[in-house]
Write a protein of this length. Structure first.
Length: 190
């Protein structure tokens, strides 16, 4: 497991006010390190990914909690307190993002998102242009409004990522953090 995984999970727990009573979905889990990190910290966590290869390389201790899914496929029938989408939603083409967010809304009471930001055509941080699997290059307002459109009623967004992605803070608008909750008045997160 990468050495920064546990500190990142700790920051997610603090930022989102995740408790041991919560269930967490790591959407786009890859090898399941974040799922594993949450579990080591006492949080019931599960992961999903569309790529068989990284899931097949997951640590044995977590593989039973990871599920291979298809793009825009319904999630395993579990309800989750939190959906964690860190650096993953920009990989979904524009024609599938709203449907994917609707699926996440159906299964996740709260959602935490970190995405690289752009002006609709280019990312604000040039390095993000080199990843050919990146599709969505929108600004923070676009993401904020997308969460509201799919039903999250209590949405907050910021350029301040706090302890997340410290190496990318050189461009103020380069990344965004968006947190949405279904229940009005619950101010979990930022």
């Amino acid at each position: 497991m990468p050495e920064l995984t546990i500190p990142m999970c700790h920051h997610l727990i603090n930022t989102c006010d995740i408790t041991e009573d919560d269930t967490v979905l790591d959407f786009g889990c890859a090898k399941g390190y974040v799922t594993y990190g949450f579990r080591l910290l006492g949080i019931e966590a599960y992961g999903v990914d569309i790529s068989e290869y990284p899931i097949s390389k997951a640590p044995k201790e977590v593989e039973q909690y990871l599920t291979l899914i298809k793009p825009q496929e319904k999630l395993p029938k579990k309800e989750y307190s939190w959906g964690i989408c860190k650096d993953i939603l920009e990989h979904i083409p524009y024609d599938g993002i709203k449907k994917q967010l609707q699926i996440l809304y159906e299964h996740c009471e709260n959602i935490f998102i970190i995405v690289p930001l752009g002006d609709g055509e280019r990312y604000y941080i040039d390095s993000y242009e080199h990843d050919k699997s990146h599709y969505i290059r929108e600004d923070l307002v676009w993401w904020h409004e997308m969460l509201q459109e799919v039903g999250y009623s209590n949405v907050r967004s910021t350029y301040d990522l706090g302890p997340f992605k410290k190496n990318w803070n050189f461009e103020k608008r380069g990344n965004g953090m968006i947190i949405g909750n279904k229940v009005e008045g619950i101010m979990k997160g930022i």
